[in-house]
Design a protein around this ligand. Structure first.
Ligand code: ADP
Ligand code: MG
Length: 348
């Protein structure tokens, strides 16, 4: 991606303003609420009487991503997706993003274009407008900071702190796959570095790789919940593993919880690869990361409505704070839930 010299336009040929104009020219607007996008001192949005939700994430090369196996287009897509996931977790709809980049001279115009191809693709898919950002140089790696702006009626917003005793704990999709996708990429990178003649063996693992490289925020879940007339009592997106996120919900809500190991959704492909890595699939779900699924609670009276929804698992219930946060293992034993996050997992 950086080696193709023939097709390489140096960023210095364009300069900062040339690069920004280039980005602006390839950017489309999808929302009537976007009144002014790229090009002025500030972007202007019409919130239409709604509440405004803002969320920011920064991604740093070498910490959050590894360019030796992450295609720039995927990186652009994922950077947007993880930000939109935060907005959906507030039960809001994103309308705009800003993208700020620190670029080293290693990046050519073509590389920046690839990154923006992914950014634009995610914007198009989720109906979001790129309305601004900042561009600066970096002496080391690539840094991408994205801010997403979303909207919701005041009564629609869902916070982390609304869970009540007896509420059911629900999770969308399946967990642990993105973490194993990352293990797989790291393993093949290691093999390749030790023996460049050997081609990476990633065959048959498309699902796990896609979960790692191209996560999708769960807009569909908040749309279906609304259709069913269900508003979660609390919600969070799963970026650092189920254990850490359920503890956030319980701490913020002043409750305890009981999860059931056997109810935690894990895809068979995740289970198979976990075994290959000598790991427990449930550990990957609890302490892996980057699943970008939604974890939410509903009042028990809404169970009948949510029961029929696709792709939602009921994994436990909310208890009083004094009972603590536990997972009931398959054998019936209760173990305390500890937040480990995927950084902790790495050193195991
Ligand atoms: P200022 O000097 O006023 O901060 P800039 O020259 O940095 O303005 O930016 C000019 C316009 O281009 C602004 O609308 C800004 O939001 C936008 N912009 C700058 N960098 C990027 C980027 N990497 N992606 C998208 N828009 C950008
Ligand atoms: Mg600026």
């Amino acid at each position: 991606m950086f080696e193709n010299k023939e097709n390489r336009t140096e960023l210095s040929e364009l300069g900062e303003f040339g690069l920004i104009s280039h980005i602006a020219a390839s950017t489309e607007i999808h929302n009537s609420g976007t009144l002014k996008g790229i090009g002025d001192d500030g972007a202007v949005m019409d919130a239409g009487g709604k509440k405004v939700v803002v969320s920011t994430d920064m991604l740093v090369e070498g910490v959050h991503f590894d360019l030796s196996y992450t295609p720039l287009k995927h990186l652009g897509y994922k950077s947007v997706a993880v930000n939109l996931s935060d907005i959906y977790a507030m039960n809001a709809h994103p309308g705009q993003i800003t993208v700020s980049l620190a670029l080293s001279s290693r990046f050519s115009l073509e590389a920046v274009e690839e990154l923006y191809d992914g950014i634009h693709l995610a914007c198009e898919k989720y109906g979001v407008d790129l309305v601004g950002g900042d561009t600066t140089s970096s002496r080391s790696g690539l840094v991408i900071s994205i801010t997403a702006i979303g909207y919701a009626g005041e009564e629609e917003l869902v916070y982390r702190n609304g869970a009540k005793e007896t509420d059911l704990i629900c999770v969308s999709g399946d967990l642990g796959a993105a973490y194993l996708g990352l293990q797989l990429l790291n393993r093949e990178k290691q093999v390749f570095m030790e023996n460049p003649g050997i081609q990476p063996d990633l065959a048959g693992n498309d699902y796990l790789l896609e979960r790692q490289l191209k996560p999708e925020p769960r807009q569909d879940i908040i749309v279906s919940l609304k259709k069913m007339g269900v508003k979660p009592t609390s919600m969070i997106d799963i970026s650092d593993g189920l254990a850490s996120e359920i503890l956030h919900l319980c701490t913020e809500s002043g409750t305890g919880c009981q999860l059931y190991e056997e109810k935690i959704p894990v895809d068979v492909k995740t289970a198979v690869l976990a075994e290959e890595f000598n790991m427990s699939p449930v550990t990957c779900a609890m302490s892996g990361g980057e699943d970008y699924e939604l974890l939410f609670t509903i009042s028990i009276g809404d169970f009948e409505k949510v029961k029929s929804m696709k792709d939602i698992s009921f994994i436990g219930h909310v208890t009083e704070k004094a009972s603590g946060c536990f997972m009931i293992e398959k054998g019936g034993q209760a173990i305390a839930i500890r937040a480990q996050g995927w950084d902790g997992l790495k050193t195991e």
